[in-house]
Write a protein that binds this ligand. Sequence first.
Ligand code: PLP
Length: 390
Amino acid sequence: LDVISERALSLKPSLTLEISSLAQSLKQKGRDICSLSAGEPDFDTPNFIVEAAKKALDDGITKYGPAGGDPSLREEVAKKLTEINDVPTSPENVLITNGGKQAIFNLLQVIINPGDEVLIPSPYWLSYPEITKIAGGIPITINSSKGNSFSLDIEEIEKNINHKTKLLILNSPCNPTGRIIQESELQSIANLLRKHPNIYVMSDEIYEFLITDKEVHISLASIAPDLKDKIFIVNGFAKAWAMTGWRVGYLQGSSKIIKKAIALQSQSTSNVCSFAQRGALAAIKGAPKGIDYMIQSYNERRKLLTEELRQISSLSLEAQSGAFYAFPKLSDELPDSLSFCKIALEKEGLAIVPGIAFGNDRCIRLSCSVNTETLNDGITRLNRIIKDIT
Ligand code: PLP
C-alpha cells in the first residue's frame, strides 16, 4: 500500500512556482535566462509598511495573537470593504489568513463535503482545482465564451449546475488573463444565485487595485446586497502592496462560516505572523494610497507587452486591463503550450508559463512584472522562437 494518502496522491505542485524556480536554478548555473514567468510584483514592499513591521518587532509584538487576526487589522479590513468595496462588513465577518491562498483553503475546508462540485471558469488560477480536491470536492471547469475575450459563459455555468453544485469561483481581475468581469456579467451571476439558492460564490479580488483608470473594480457583493450571506470575498496584500513573502490575506463572509474558519485556523496555523499583520495594518490604512506608482507602472508595461504581442501574427490576444499578465493564444502551427514553453526555455532561455497550468493548452502566460529592458528582451526572444518553429 502506498504510504501517501489518497487525498495527497492526485495533488499537483504549483507549475508556476516550479517554472520560476527552474529558471532561477538555470540562471545560477550561468545560463542567460529571461524570465517573464513570475506571479509577483518586481517592486520592493513600500518603506512605510516595512517600518511599521520593524516598529512592531521593537515594540515586542512577537507573541501569539488571536487566531482570527489582530483585532485592529480585522477592523481596518472591514472598514476598507465597507468604504472602498461598498460591501458593509463588521470585523466578525473577517478572518486574517496566511495569504489569499489560505483564505481559499480555509473556506473550502469549511463548506465543501466530499463529492460537492465546485464550478471554476477557465482559464483559472491554478490552485483552485487543487484546493478543491484537498477539500474532497470535485472541480468542474467551465470554458469561457468563444473568442479571445475570455468573458464568462453564463449559460454554460448554468448548464453545469446540479444538486451537487456548492460553489462558483470568480476571479476578477483574472490570473492568468488579466480580464475584469463586467457589471452585466456580475448581474447575471447574481440572478443565477437567486435562482439556485443552494449555491455560493467565492470572489477572489486579490488584483482589485491593479487596473487601468478606465476600469472600475466591482465587488459582486456590492451589487447584490440581498446575497451577502452567499458571497465570500478572498483578498490579500501580496500583489497590490508587493508583500508576497509576508503572507497576509483575508476572507470575508457570513459570521457563521468565518467562525468555523477561525476554528480551523486555530487548529492548524494559528495566527498569521504578528509583526507581518502590523505591516498589513499600515498598508491598508488609507488604501490604496502609496501604491499609485506601482499601478501606473504595471499599466504602462501591460500596454507595452500587449502591443508587442499583438504584432506577432502567430499569436492572438485581446487587450485586458488588469493584473500584470497577458495570455495570448498560440496559432495552430505552434505546438501545445507545455511543448512551446519547454522549447522557449531550452532554446532561448525564455521562461514563460504554459496555459495548460490554467486549463487552456493553446495559450501561454507572460508576466509584465519586470523592468522594460527585460520585457523587451523577452519579446525579442519570443519572436525568435516563433520564427524558428514556423
Ligand atoms: N488568487 C490569485 C488569483 C492569485 O494569483 C494568487 C497568487 O498568485 C493568490 C490568490 C494567492 O496569493 P497569496 O496567497 O500570495 O496572498
